[in-house]
Design a binder for this molecule. Structure first.
Ligand SMILES: [Zn+2]
Length: 443
C-alpha cells in the first residue's frame, strides 16, 4: 500500500503505529464526513501489550472494545483513528486499557490533536478554537489539562528559585481561590493550586523541599496572616516583603469607602431638595417629567465614578480622567483620600531610603487625617511597616504581581465553561509558566 506513508504524514504518526486500512465515511449523500484510519500499535516496535498508565509490558487481559480518537483535520474533513483497545493486567496498576502510541491514556483525541488545541488555546480566542477545531470548550479544558500534566512532569519550574511572590486570585463566586507563586527573577508563574490558606501554601513548600526552601532569600506577599505565619514557619530565613500591589489595593478600597459615603450624603441632600421643589411646583408626571436637579446629577456622577477613582491615573480613558477631575474637585474629602493613594504609589516608585523617608511622612500625615477610612488604612500600613520597608529596600517588583494578577483574572473569565480548576491552572501555566509549545509536526 504505497499511500500509507501519505496517511501517516497527514495524521502525524510514526512507525510505532501501523495503518491497516483507510475508510471514507459518507455523511450527507456525496459528501465525505469523516476519514477513518484503522490502526494498531506496532508489534515489531514492541508497542503492544503495555500498561496504559506506566508503559510496562503486561500480560493481556481481554480484547476490550473498538475505540476511536479524533485527529487533526484532513483538509476540510475530520480525521479519526480507530483501533481495538485491549486491556492488560499491570503488576502495579491492575487491569487497565493498553497504551497506544498515538494518544494519551484515557484521551479521546490523538497527541497531535491535543498539541494543536494547546497551541491555539494559548494564542487565540475561545471562539476561534471552538469553531476552527469543532470542539466544545470544556473539551479544550480537558485537553490542556493533560498537555500541561505531561509538560510539568518533564520540567522543574521550582528549580533555582530565590525570590518568590505569593498571590491569591479569586476564580469563581463563593470564595473559590487559586494560590499562585511567581518567580521574581524570571517573571514566571511557577506554581498554582486551588485553595487558599496555610494548608494550600504548605503543599507548595512540601513540593519545593527543604533544600530549595532553605535557599529562598525573599518572599513577597500581601499581608494575609496565613501567608506570613506559613512563610515564617517554613522559610524563616527568607525576608518577608509586603507586596506593593496589595497595599495600593487597600488604599483604593479606602477611596471607594469615601466615595460611597459622599454619594450617600449627596443623594440624601438631593432627595430632600427634590421633595421641596416638588412641593413648590407640583409632582412631575409621566407627560411632564421634571429635569434632575444639579445635585442629583452630581450624586449620579459619584455613583458612576468608581472605575475612574480605582484605576491608576495613567490607565484612564479621557472620559474617565475628566470624571476623576470633576469628582475630586467637587469633594474635598474624596480629593484627600485620592491624594493619599497616589502618595502611597509614589512611596513604592521611590523605593530604597527615599521610599522609607516618604513612607514615614505618609504615615504621619495619614495618622492626622480626619477621614476614618484613611485612619484605618494608616493603621494597617503601620502594622506591617517592617515588611513594607523590606520591600522598599529589596525592590521586589510591583509590576510582576500586578500584571500576573490581571492576566490570571482574564484567564479566569476565559476558563468559564471548564469543568475543573485544574483546567484553569493548565491555561495559566501554559501561558505564564514559560513552556514553549510547538505545533505538531514542527520542530
Ligand atoms: Zn502500569
Amino acid at each position: 500500500m504505497p499511500d500509507v506513508s501519505v496517511w501517516r504524514a497527514m495524521a502525524g504518526l510514526d512507525d510505532r503505529t501501523v495503518i491497516e486500512r483507510v475508510a471514507f465515511e459518507e455523511g450527507r449523500p456525496g459528501r465525505t464526513e469523516r476519514v477513518v484510519l484503522h490502526v494498531r500499535p506496532s508489534r515489531r516496535k514492541g508497542e503492544h501489550d503495555r500498561c496504559g498508565r506506566c508503559g510496562r509490558r503486561s500480560p493481556g487481559y481481554d480484547g476490550g472494545r473498538r475505540r476511536e480518537w479524533r485527529s487533526v483535520d484532513c483538509g476540510l474533513t475530520q480525521m479519526w483513528l480507530a483501533a481495538d483497545a485491549p486491556r492488560v493486567r499491570c503488576a502495579e496498576h491492575g487491569v487497565t486499557v493498553a497504551r497506544v502510541p498515538w494518544a494519551r491514556h484515557g484521551a479521546g483525541h490523538t497527541l497531535v490533536f491535543d498539541a494543536q488545541v494547546a497551541w491555539l488555546a494559548v494564542r487565540t480566542s475561545k471562539s476561534t478554537v471552538r469553531e476552527l477545531l469543532r470542539i466544545a470548550w470544556k473539551t479544550v479544558g480537558s485537553v490542556i489539562d493533560r498537555v500541561w500534566a505531561d509538560i510539568s512532569a518533564e520540567i522543574d519550574l521550582l528549580d533555582g528559585v530565590r525570590k518568590i511572590g505569593i498571590d491569591e486570585v479569586s476564580y469563581k463566586k463563593n470564595h473559590r481561590y487559586l494560590t499562585i507563586v511567581v518567580d521574581h527573577d524570571t517573571g514566571r508563574v511557577i506554581w498554582a493550586a486551588p485553595g487558599l490558606g496555610a494548608a494550600t501554601l504548605s503543599t507548595f513548600f512540601d513540593e519545593l523541599g527543604p533544600e530549595r526552601t532553605a535557599a529562598l532569600t525573599h518572599v513577597s506577599a500581601d499581608a494575609a496572616h496565613w501567608i506570613a505565619s506559613t512563610v515564617t514557619q517554613r522559610a524563616p530565613q527568607a525576608i518577608l516583603c509586603a507586596d506593593p500591589f496589595h497595599i495600593v489595593a487597600w488604599a483604593t478600597d479606602a477611596i471607594d469607602t469615601v466615595r460611597r459615603q459622599e454619594w450617600r450624603a449627596l443623594k440624601a441632600l438631593a432627595d430632600t431638595e427634590r421633595a421641596e421643589q416638588d412641593r413648590r411646583v407640583g409632582r412631575p408626571t409621566a407627560d411632564d417629567p421634571k429635569p434632575e436637579t444639579p445635585r442629583q446629577d452630581l450624586a449620579r456622577e459619584f455613583k458612576n465614578a468608581r472605575y475612574s477613582l480605582l484605576k491608576n491615573p495613567d490607565n484612564l480613558t479621557q472620559d474617565q480622567s475628566l470624571t476623576l477631575k470633576w469628582i475630586t474637585a467637587s469633594s474635598p474629602r474624596l480629593h484627600e483620600a485620592y491624594a493619599f493613594k497616589e502618595k502611597l504609589r509614589i512611596v513604592f516608585q521611590a523605593r530604597g531610603k527615599q521610599g522609607k523617608r516618604i513612607l514615614d511622612a505618609w504615615i504621619k500625615e495619614a495618622g492626622r487625617s480626619t477621614l476614618e477610612p484613611i485612619q484605618k488604612l494608616c493603621k494597617s500600613v503601620v502594622r506591617i511597616r517592617a515588611s513594607i520597608e523590606a520591600s522598599l529596600e529589596h525592590g521586589l517588583s510591583q509590576g510582576l504581581i500586578e500584571s500576573t494578577n490581571t492576566k490570571i483574572r482574564l484567564f479566569t473569565r476565559m476558563a468559564f465553561g471548564f469543568h475543573t480548576p485544574q483546567a484553569l491552572i493548565a491555561l495559566v501555566m501554559l501561558n505564564l509558566g514559560g513552556p514553549t509549545l510547538t505545533l505538531p509536526g514542527r520542530t
